[in-house]
Design a protein around this ligand. Structure first.
Ligand SMILES: *[C@@H]1O[C@H](CO)[C@@H](O)[C@H](O)[C@H]1NC(C)=O
Ligand SMILES: *[C@@H]1O[C@H](CO)[C@@H](O)[C@H](O)[C@H]1NC(C)=O
Ligand SMILES: *[C@@H]1O[C@H](CO)[C@@H](O)[C@H](O)[C@H]1NC(C)=O
Ligand SMILES: *[C@@H]1O[C@H](CO)[C@@H](O)[C@H](O)[C@H]1NC(C)=O
Length: 432
């Protein structure tokens, strides 16, 4: 099946005028818990101005994933560490956003949530090339400070330069370059205040990949939010991601030690070369009752090459390296049977236009088996006429060694990142 797709630049479809005005969207974040919105939600100003068909939105998300996979692959392949703002394409269309406030008095921003990034950056007033209006005005904040070239943080950013005594830096991502001043100001997350939070205040951006309101990286690198809030949150957070199909959904991002306890756990693995990525040990995959035949090398964690499996909030559909994906897909097709013919939709190669019985899929991690409910395995068109296995092979132009457990497979689960105890926890939780 071929569906025509017009590649309109994603950002141009978005309108800042909408969203966040309805009472539901304005409701306050409490304690250390932030609401999490899908970019397509009623509460998101980034949702497409024109309604997209189901097929169009799936293909958009797939195109975005392609960019995300390229970004993640560049992360594992490269050796240098770029602690602030190492993002490339992804920030142009984040999947989930949270509300944060910066400055005194506080200015509200909708930041993209990204678990595998340490970036902290915000487009500032006067930014040349950022989308308008810029979300943050330093001049209106009494607590805003520029960081000097002599500050230790200035050594942790890519390409630092001095303009006067102020520390600036620049970087390339996707088709864009960004120049930012390294600054600090008070960050407010729900009811928590983080004085002197260090981030990049974007002054200049080129190309179309610029982040609209900034990024909240939840990676664990040196200048990350976790590193800067060590006393407050102890490098611990969890989220529940709402489904993109539900309309009025909000999930939650819970920061700090007050976390649910009834979870299954698997160890978090650390790659010294890519310290911000959250690796886990995926040992096998079961389709129905059968453990499918995957060569161990396709799943093995290898810090030298970056191979292994990560949890990611920014990728939409789970990606498996070729031998793993083929084994899962073949068994899935065998279980569904030949009565209904297999068709394709964009990057999905296992779709059906008749009704099918979906076999359960179990990810077997060290110490933890996670059996996915049907809603995390397949996507259905709104009209119910097409059903696709919502996973794909790692794109071959990326040459990736990385398996990515993506947000579609995590939706309606509580996922806990417990860095001090080096473990990741999961429990089913309906938050759509
Ligand atoms: C921070 O630096 C920018 C650019 O160098 C400058 O325009 C601004 O006045 C400085 N702000 C403060 C509060 O020092
Ligand atoms: C970024 O900074 C480096 C080092 O200061 C400089 O050589 C380069 O021209 C800058 N690039 C851009 C695009 O501003
Ligand atoms: C979403 O909220 C709006 C307004 O609050 C309401 O009219 C609508 O029925 C809700 N939709 C769903 C699917 O719950
Ligand atoms: C996961 O499932 C496998 C096979 O069904 C079983 O042998 C193993 O004990 C389970 N592991 C846990 C931690 O429950």
């Amino acid at each position: 099946m071929k569906i025509p797709l017009v590649f309109t630049p994603f950002l141009l479809l978005f309108s800042l005028a909408q969203g966040l005005n309805s009472p539901k969207c304005d409701s306050h974040d409490d304690g250390s818990t932030l609401k999490v919105f899908h970019v397509f939600s009623q509460c998101s100003p980034f949702r497409p101005a024109k309604a997209m068909s189901w097929e169009e939105s799936v293909l958009q998300l797939q195109a975005k994933d392609q960019a995300r996979m390229q970004y993640l692959s560049s992360l594992v392949a490269r050796r240098s560490v770029l602690p602030v703002a190492s993002g490339r394409q992804i920030t142009q269309s984040p999947t989930y956003i949270v509300r944060a406030k910066i400055g005194t008095p506080p200015q509200t921003l909708l930041l993209a949530m990204d678990t595998n990034n340490d970036a902290a950056w915000v487009p500032c007033t006067g930014c040349v090339g950022c989308s308008s209006p810029t979300p943050f005005s330093p001049a209106k904040s009494t607590t805003f400070r520029n960081l000097t070239c002599g500050s230790p943080q200035c050594n942790q950013v890519p390409n630092p330069t001095c303009s006067g005594s102020a520390c600036s830096f620049n970087l390339t991502y996707g088709s864009s370059t960004v120049a930012a001043n390294l600054v600090r100001d008070t960050l407010t997350l729900a009811a928590d205040r983080v004085p002197g939070y260090t981030f990049g205040c974007i002054q200049k951006a080129t190309g179309s990949s610029v982040p609209q309101q900034g990024l909240l990286g939840l990676g664990r690198g040196p200048l990350s939010l976790l590193a800067q809030t060590q006393n407050l949150y102890k490098s611990t957070f969890s989220y529940c991601l709402p489904s993109f199909k539900a309309l009025n959904f909000t999930g939650s991002l819970r920061l700090g030690l007050a976390q649910p306890t009834r979870l299954k756990f698997t160890p978090l693995l650390k790659n010294p070369r890519r310290s911000s990525l959250y690796y886990v040990n995926l040992v096998a995959i079961k389709v129905g009752r059968k453990i499918v035949d995957i060569p161990p090398a396709a799943l093995a964690f290898n810090p030298a090459t970056g191979a292994g499996t990560i949890f990611d909030s920014g990728t939409v559909f789970t990606r498996l390296v070729e031998p793993a994906y083929t084994a899962v897909r073949n068994e899935f097709r065998r279980r569904v049977g030949r009565r209904v013919p297999v068709t394709t939709l964009g990057g999905f190669d296992t779709c059906y236009t008749g009704s099918i019985v979906v076999p359960p899929i179990t990810f077997m991690f060290s110490g933890m088996n996670v059996t996915l409910p049907t809603d995390n395995i397949v996507i259905h068109s709104t009209a119910g006429s097409i059903t696709c296995l919502a996973m794909a092979v790692t794109p071959n132009n990326v040459n990736s060694v990385l398996n990515v457990i993506a947000n579609m497979q995590q939706q309606n689960h509580r996922v806990l990142y417990d860095v001090p105890n080096s473990r990741l926890g999961i429990a089913r939780e309906l938050c759509s």
